[in-house]
Design a protein. Structure first.
Length: 224
């Protein structure tokens, strides 16, 4: 069961999204204001948030900022104009995708699935993955080493999740960059190297778990 939180103050638009998502097997939660969105995000543990930009009370930008300060939750922003997307990308709020109104609900569902696939929250994939002494929980946004939670960033959780889904398998920098979703602006694969470097530091005596495959990318070596 994958829960999608729909944050949209226009009831009719929310109804349509809800109908299409449910038809595709998703569970939905609805919020019509920013504060309610934050409340449901904490309580319902959604796998993804569809977030309208213009909301009464607290706008979508502020909701995204507050969520992003604490979690890697995939966010798709719903905006009214094309120009807004450039502005939002420029602000670096870290949404994973942007959909401009008027949209086709089918297209929104396709984007939801694509973002979930990319970020590891796809339907049917367990959120908790183990690789040797490591465990990565994409729902709780936690990386644990021998049971101890590491102090990791959103990008680091996503990288580890992409690697832990298939321990031993080499992931290219391009694949890992894509797993970061909208967290990184641009397409510079060196961003991946920087995150890996930080992760290694956090792994302490277990840096060997994160293996560099020269000229290709990275993999987890759960056996050390
Ligand atoms: Ca609105």
């Amino acid at each position: 069961m994958t829960t999608i939180l729909i944050v949209e103050d226009e009831a009719r638009l929310g109804d349509i999204l809800e109908e299409y998502l449910r038809r595709d097997g998703f569970v939905t939660e609805r919020a019509m204001t920013g504060p309610r969105a934050l409340e449901l995000w904490r309580a319902a543990r959604p796998a993804l948030m569809l977030l309208d930009l213009m909301l009464p009370g607290m706008d979508g930008l502020e909701v995204a900022r507050r969520v992003r300060a604490q979690s890697a939750l995939p966010i798709i922003m719903l905006t009214a104009r094309d120009e807004e997307v450039d502005r939002l990308v420029g602000l670096g709020i870290g949404a994973d995708d942007y959909v401009v109104k008027p949209y086709s609900p089918r297209e929104v569902v396709a984007r939801v699935k694509a973002v979930l696939r990319r970020t590891g929250g796809e339907v049917g994939v367990p959120t908790l993955q183990h690789a040797g002494p490591l465990s990565v929980d994409t729902a709780a946004f936690e990386v644990r080493l021998n049971g101890e939670a590491l102090d990791v960033t959103v990008a680091e959780v996503r990288l580890m999740a992409a690697l832990a889904r298939a321990p031993g398998v080499v992931r290219s920098r391009a694949e890992l960059l894509s797993a970061l979703g909208g967290l990184e602006r641009g397409t510079d694969e060196r961003a991946v190297d920087a995150h890996v470097k930080n992760l290694r530091r956090k792994l302490g005596d277990h840096t060997e778990l994160l293996d560099t495959v020269r000229g290709v990318g990275y993999r987890l070596r759960p056996e050390g």
